[in-house]
Design a protein around this ligand. Structure first.
Ligand code: SF4
Ligand code: SF4
Length: 319
């Protein structure tokens, strides 16, 4: 009998689901070896189908997206119970991801903006989604919006991490092959490179030993010179502090690395590491000049914690 696997999405943009589809013909090899028993974005399975399985009957569940609603908690707890292994799939599941930036605001601030203040909203009575709302005696089951956006391992035990926004095809294939061939690394491993993005970047040979910059450039301000390290040109590339595995895909497209594969082993707070690295390459000791240079980083939280605010020490203060 074939082993069973499942895919599920929580607070997700759908990009991680696209990444599975991007496997193309590889997915045909996979379904030769396993049965997909749950994949709401692509196939019409129901929650009851998962509930009907024995505990541990699913070999592995690949869960993407952050945890933002009570429904996500309910579903990932169910999948945890039914699965021998759980993979956090993509930056949102691994670190909280882009939805996790919402943790910079309170729940009330978020709901007020989205349901009352956003330019396209017309809601004079300030009506907000209400879990357990009743209409004509029928209870509507709107999920509850949680206080914080959480990475998957804050809610259930996670066996493996596949980072990326979304994970690149090669790391997904590596994870599936390791799973199906019984060659998984130790529990808790991140299935990607152990080295930084710079190590796999074609521009690494042009990266000076010591970078010192008097100004930063934002991507819309200048076209990068070809064949020259983007960071050495002043573009804020986070490749030096980001785990590799993607093959430096963004740099291949002339875009600086934004850090979606997260920190290397041993780094507790990705944003703090990235910030301290960028601070170390500013070529000035003059306070006024430094402030001027930093004007090119108008949204430090969005730059340094783009994918990892819920995993950060900063957010830890709110837990
Ligand atoms: S990791 Fe990126 S691609 Fe995947 S769900 Fe989150 S935002 Fe979308
Ligand atoms: S462009 Fe970015 S990833 Fe490539 S070598 Fe320079 S800093 Fe590293």
């Amino acid at each position: 009998m074939k082993q069973k696997i499942a895919f599920y999405w929580c607070a997700s943009c759908g990009g991680c689901e696209e990444a599975v589809v991007d496997l193309g013909e590889v997915i045909l090899d996979i379904v030769e070896k396993v049965d997909i028993v749950f994949w709401p974005v692509a196939m019409d399975f129901k929650k009851e189908d998962v509930e009907a399985l024995q505990d541990g009957e699913i070999l592995a569940s690949f869960i993407n997206g952050a945890i933002r609603f009570s429904e996500h908690v309910e579903m990932v707890e169910l999948l945890r119970r039914k699965s021998q292994l759980v993979f956090a799939f993509g930056a949102c599941a691994c670190f909280g991801g882009i939805p996790g930036l919402a943790n910079a605001c309170s729940t009330d601030e978020l709901l007020k903006y989205v349901y009352e203040e956003a330019p396209t909203v017309e809601n004079p009575d300030g009506v907000r989604p209400t879990p357990g709302y009743e209409v004509n005696g029928v209870k509507l089951g709107v999920p509850e919006f949680l206080e914080r956006c959480k990475p998957l391992d804050e809610v259930i035990d996670v066996d493996y991490y596949i980072p990326g926004c979304p994970p690149s095809v090669n790391v997904i294939v590596d994870a599936l092959n390791a799973l199906l061939e019984g060659e998984l690394p130790p529990k808790g491993s991140v299935i990607a490179s152990q080295k930084s993005v710079c190590h796999e970047c074609k521009l690494n040979a042009t990266k000076p030993e010591k970078i010192l910059l008097k100004s930063f450039k934002r991507v819309w301000e200048a076209e990068p010179e070809p064949d020259k390290c983007l960071l050495a040109q002043g573009f804020l590339c986070l490749g030096p502090v980001t785990r590799g595995g993607c093959g430096a895909l963004c740099v291949k497209g002339n875009m600086p690395c934004t850090g979606c594969f997260g920190p290397l082993d041993g780094v507790m707070d990705y944003g703090a590491k990235a910030l301290s690295y960028i601070a170390s390459i500013i070529d000035s000791a003059d306070e006024e000049e430094i402030e001027k240079i930093l004007e090119k980083i108008p949204d430090p939280l969005g730059l340094f914690y783009k994918y990892s605010l819920p995993k950060s020490l900063l957010d830890g203060i709110r837990k």
